[in-house]
Design a protein around this ligand. Structure first.
Ligand SMILES: *Cc1c(COP(=O)(O)O)cnc(C)c1O
Length: 397
């Protein structure tokens, strides 16, 4: 997956443009910058590639989620439905705004189970936030329909599935807003960075203002600008955006290589009758950043994962026991351990996560292993990796 595997002269040259002008900030200093507006350039190119009307860059994927939620009006006491299998950024961004994360089961897609989503809707629900984990998506037709019926926002976390599509549309462009991360381990990277796409003009204005202290960005005198609403600083720097421009040019080549390597790995695993694959909902095309598969039981999956480590196979993940991606690892969330005083809404409305039943998700996650698709490998190395993973699985069955 990671774009850092193809880091090269193109990124260096982009960054040097910025260093030579010395304007590291995306706003102002028009005279000094010799026509270089890296963040703006990346936003235009990214919106076009993602078939969206607007893009707003920010400082991280977590910031993208936070800004997207705020821009769409999600705030204190509003409930946001999110999956139990995700990255901690999902609930971090929701809690940051005083809103309430409502954790909901996943299904065989490893994304939100639409039936569980529907059962979790209350009068306070404002938004459904599917997370396209490990390169693929939940059933977005079903989720969009639920949003229409109940008048809810759909905000896609496409941080791990950039380049995947659903019904022919890029992931992230289907919901009201879509969020991406350009952190160092993502498919394309800025070092640190994030992006929000939307077709909604008001949301674009709101994201633009919220991520820069409320600045209206009218005119060319930054100090004289007005601030229609409260904001924050989630800006990306020109240095980071410059790296992103070079990475975006490599994006389609990265996706093609991922698909090629994915197929080598998946074809080898498909020869083992006990191995089944994560369900990709009808209409969906993965970005092929991970091969995600199920073993017959949790016990076997655990054993296989340990054996893969022993066999020296890197970057195979057993999320069930992982500190960052599954509810079991989130003691801090379950117990609301926080440095600061949390809003009264959070304290009174949060579901009791220590006593919630996610056995349906456990049944999927307990059997899931994901192999990263590393684009820095040669075809030969990927073939060897595929054989070694398959061999290790067979030995544990
Ligand atoms: C990486 C990631 C994020 C957060 O991105 P950062 O840029 O690291 O803040 C959010 N959601 C998912 C699913 C991610 O994988």
């Amino acid at each position: 997956m990671p774009g850092f595997e193809v880091f090269g002269d193109e990124e260096r040259s982009q960054v040097n443009d910025v260093l030579e002008n010395g304007v590291l900030m995306r706003y102002g200093f028009d005279g000094m910058r010799n026509g270089h507006w890296k963040a703006l350039e990346f936003e235009k190119a990214f919106a076009a590639r993602m078939e969206a009307k607007h893009c707003q860059l920010v400082s991280s994927g977590t910031a993208a989620l936070t800004v997207a939620l705020a821009a769409a009006g999600v705030g204190a006491g509003d409930e946001v439905i999110m999956p139990v299998f995700t990255f901690v950024a999902s609930f971090e961004s929701i809690l940051m705004l005083g809103a309430i994360p409502v954790l909901v089961d996943i299904d065989a897609s490893l994304g939100l189970d639409p039936k569980a989503v529907e059962a979790s809707i209350t009068p306070k629900t404002k938004c459904i936030m599917p997370v396209h984990m490990c390169g693929s998506m939940a059933d977005l037709n079903a989720l969009a329909e639920i949003c229409n019926t109940h008048n809810l926002l759909l905000i896609e976390d496409a941080c791990q599935a950039i380049g995947g599509t659903f019904n022919g549309k890029p992931l992230g462009s289907i919901g009201d807003l879509g969020c991406f991360s350009f952190d160092f381990v993502k498919t394309i990277t800025c070092g640190e960075g994030g992006g929000i796409i939307t077709n909604n003009d008001t949301y674009k204005i709101n994201t633009d203002q919220f991520q820069d202290h409320g600045h209206d960005h009218v005119g060319n005198n930054r100090g004289a600008e007005t601030h229609p609403a409260l904001g924050y600083n989630f800006r990306i720097s020109e240095l980071h955006a410059a790296v992103g421009i070079a990475q975006l040019e490599k994006f389609d080549a990265i996706l093609a290589k991922q698909k090629q390597y994915y197929n080598i790995l998946a074809e080898e695993l498909a020869k083992i009758p006990e191995v089944t694959f994560r369900k990709v909902p009808e209409g969906g095309v993965q970005n092929h950043s991970f091969v995600n598969f199920f073993l017959p039981t949790q016990e076997i999956a655990k054993r296989v994962h340990t054996a893969l480590g022993g066999a020296g196979v890197e970057a195979c993940f057993y999320w069930f026991d992982n500190n960052w991606h599954y509810i079991h690892g989130w003691e801090h969330l379950r117990n609301l351990q926080s440095f600061q005083n949390l809003s009264s809404e959070i304290k009174t409305q949060m579901q009791d996560l220590n006593n919630s039943n996610f056995s349906k998700s456990d049944a999927w996650m307990g059997r899931t292993i994901s192999s990263l698709v590393k684009i820095g490998m040669s075809e030969d190395e990927v073939e060897k990796r595929a054989k070694l993973i398959a061999q290790t699985i067979k030995e544990q069955l």
